[in-house]
Design a protein. Structure first.
Ligand code: UDP
Ligand code: MG
Length: 321
């Protein structure tokens, strides 16, 4: 087992986007709990380009308590980028990723810490038991997503596990080394491996404010996950193409034999049209899939930074802009 330091530091990484009214309730729920848990504590907020009073609130908090720190992006880069920034800048021996809206119960952190320190786990994540807070459609589509993802991907991800988790420093260092722009975090956690444990919990509804994710965003998120962790959609076309070509070849032989034996047939409009439409559809679909991969390649090859930091209460690091 990897030895845990006796004097250790806990970092909380909290992405926030237009969450001015959620900050105070979050702190009053977490601080008293965590002070008892960790000898040293840091709460690092990542302001993901909020347009309400979130940043002003964060400045105030950081000035009043040195354990409260923040990074502010120059615009909204998305939760995945915010988490990456948090992982990059947190200094703890254990780093906990948590939402600010209290949907990730802070009481569970004590359990995470226990499994990390006593059980020797490098990553402990929450598994949503019930998703009563989510609509039936969201639950259903999420279920399909996990099923499809795990069928096609080389690194399976656990169902109903979100970003709420504790990462050991070793995992943090591993994640910091990943250079890709498409940050599908659930896939990256699974890719990192190490000793992982899922802890079941009940996910309550949001306390204040509203969800920042809409279906279109979730759909794109799912596509990102599948296309950056599987090449199956790309490879499947050669097999499908092969099968169809074989069938077509067989059919050609049938037609030729028929013409030779029975003479020229009356042209069949329906069968011709069906074949043309079918192949047209297949070709468009496979070009679309090529496009998904190509688009991601373009994004990767530009090597743009994942986010830009406009302001921070942390000391500047090399490479920060
Ligand atoms: N969030 C963010 N950037 C975004 C959207 C969300 O940093 O573009 C943060 C948000 O402030 C919250 C967490 O990510 O702390 C989870 O967001 P939300 O509660 O809206 O997601 P849901 O719980 O509905 O999945
Ligand atoms: Mg939420």
């Amino acid at each position: 087992m990897h030895a845990r330091p006796s004097h250790w530091r806990l970092s909380l990484v909290v992405p926030v986007y237009n969450e001015a009214e959620a900050l105070e309730p979050f702190l009053s729920a977490t601080l008293p709990l965590l002070e008892k848990q960790a000898p040293e504590l840091e709460i690092l907020f990542i302001d993901d380009g909020s347009r309400d009073g979130t940043l002003a609130k964060l400045r105030e908090l950081a000035a009043s308590d040195p354990r409260l720190r923040y990074l502010a992006f120059s615009r909204n880069f998305g939760k995945e980028a915010a988490l990456s920034a948090g992982i990059e800048h947190a200094c703890g021996d254990a780093v906990v990723l948590i939402d600010v809206d209290l949907q990730d119960p802070p009481e569970l952190i004590a359990e995470f810490i226990y499994h990390w320190r006593e059980g020797g786990y490098d990553m402990v994540y929450g598994v949503r038991q019930t998703r009563r807070a989510d609509s039936a459609t969201k639950r259903q589509t999420a279920g399909w997503f996990y099923r499809i993802f795990n069928r096609v991907s080389d690194t399976p991800i656990p169902s109903n596990a979100g970003d709420f988790r504790l990462l050991d420093r070793r995992v943090v260092e591993a994640l910091r080394r990943l250079p890709e722009r498409n940050r599908f975090m659930k896939g990256l956690y699974a890719w990192a491996g190490f000793h992982q444990l899922g802890v079941p919990y009940h996910r309550p509804a949001r306390q204040v404010g509203s969800s920042k994710f809409r279906y279109w965003k979730l759909w794109n998120f799912a596509l990102d996950g599948i296309f950056s962790f599987s090449t199956l959609p790309l490879r499947v076309w050669s097999y499908l193409g092969g099968v169809i070509a074989l069938l077509a070849f067989g059919y050609i032989l049938v037609i030729i034999t028929k013409v030779l034996l029975l003479g020229r047939d009356v042209p069949g409009y329906a069968s011709l049209m069906t074949t043309v439409l079918f192949f047209g559809g297949m070709q468009l679909l496979s070009i679309g899939i090529l496009g998904e991969y190509l688009g991601r390649l373009v994004t990767e090859s530009k090597r743009r930074p994942l986010y830009l930091i406009a302001e921070t209460s942390l000391p500047r690091q090399d490479g920060d802009l």
